[in-house]
Write a protein that binds this ligand. Structure first.
Ligand code: NAP
Length: 303
């Protein structure tokens, strides 16, 4: 079976591809896109307090005719509206119309207030109370995961992070650390090389491999993320694309294919870092020029 379930360190199982609701909006549109994904065959919905469409996701799940056990629901504590962790999960459960979520994540390390150990202890309490079957984190680096593990009674099951060929080298220490501690990596924005960074070095091997296999480029990127052992969290408003994403679970990449994508990703990462630095320098220069210009016009001398 293409996108098999993966065993988490607390004994639960997670479907290895998820449909994410970020950017899908509210109202009928939001509900419709989740319904479409469930209809296409997705059984794992990834939402968050911050996406403001948990209600829409919940409605789509109820209207799908699938039982609660057939859909794996992830949501996240995003610190929205100044609410604490306990109030937030209660709101999320009400919005989703369920008694528990399958996975509850701290959306980012800066939301772990007043500190990571205290916030994680509260997450452990939610699992104990049965409000979340599994608990995990998102966007944590090795240092933050180490702080968490030093006080944790329950290990996080997953760390959901940005993951695509252009950040692979940068994220590798987190992948290695997670593997060592039995934490599953969830990959978001796996399609970045074609969505927001087209024209980079990954294009060439991607096109070549996709052509040789007669599949779409986005399918190769998902197959690459799968080959790295991650749970892929992706999205689309188009049914045909959703079906292709699911079919991508059948694509076997060779060692050579994976190496070609890894190497192109590493080359692109350097190019993008230089570009980002260039942008930052240009920004600093523009601010400097503005300040100098204003001081000249107002007659203020700067030392
Ligand atoms: N934890 C976090 O901090 C965090 C951060 C970001 C995302 N996430 C989660 O991850 C989910 C997915 O994030 P993402 O949207 O960044 O993921 P993604 O899987 O990289 O991108 C999905 C987008 O790719 C577009 N796409 C697919 N194939 C394409 C092609 N060949 N050409 C152009 N566009 C193409 C789709 O557009 P169409 O709709 O037109 O098909 C869709 O909007 C989110 O919904 C959210 O649940 C979590």
């Amino acid at each position: 079976m293409p996108w098999d379930k993966i065993k988490l360190n607390d004994g639960s199982e997670i479907p290895s591809i998820a449909f994410g609701t970020w950017k899908l909006g509210k109202g009928d549109d939001g509900t419709g896109f989740v319904e479409q994904a469930l209809d296409a065959g997705f059984s794992h919905i990834d939402t968050a307090q911050a996406y403001r469409n948990e209600e829409e996701a919940g409605r789509a799940i109820r209207e799908s005719g699938l039982s609660r056990e057939e859909v794996f629901i992830t949501t996240k504590y995003s610190g929205s509206d100044g609410k604490d962790i306990e109030d937030s999960i209660k709101d999320s459960l009400e919005n989703l119309g369920v008694h528990y979520v399958d996975l509850y994540l701290i959306h980012g390390p800066s939301l772990a207030r007043p500190d990571i150990p205290t916030a994680w202890e509260q997450f452990e309490g939610l699992k104990g109370a049965g409000l979340a079957k599994s608990i995990g984190v998102s966007n944590f680096n090795v240092k933050e995961l180490t702080i968490l593990l030093n006080s944790a009674k329950i290990k996080p099951t997953v760390n959901q992070i940005e993951f695509h060929p252009y950040v692979y080298q940068q994220q590798k220490p987190i992948l290695d650390f997670a593997k060592e501690h039995g934490i599953v990596i969830e990959a978001y924005s796996a399609l970045e090389p074609i969505t927001t960074r087209p024209g980079g070095p990954v294009d060439k091997p991607l096109k070549k491999i996709a052509k040789s296999k007669g599949v779409a480029e986005e399918q190769i990127l998902l197959a690459w993320a799968k080959a790295k052992g991650t749970v892929v969290v992706t999205s689309s408003r188009r049914k045909g694309r959703l079906e292709r994403y699911l079919d991508a679970g059948n694509i076997e990449l060779s060692e050579q294919d994976i190496k070609a994508i890894d190497e192109a990703g590493a080359r692109g990462a350097v190019a993008y870092r230089i570009r980002d630095w260039g942008k930052r320098c240009a920004c600093v220069a523009a601010v400097g020029a503005f300040v100098l210009g204003m001081s000249y016009l107002s007659g203020v001398e700067l030392y």
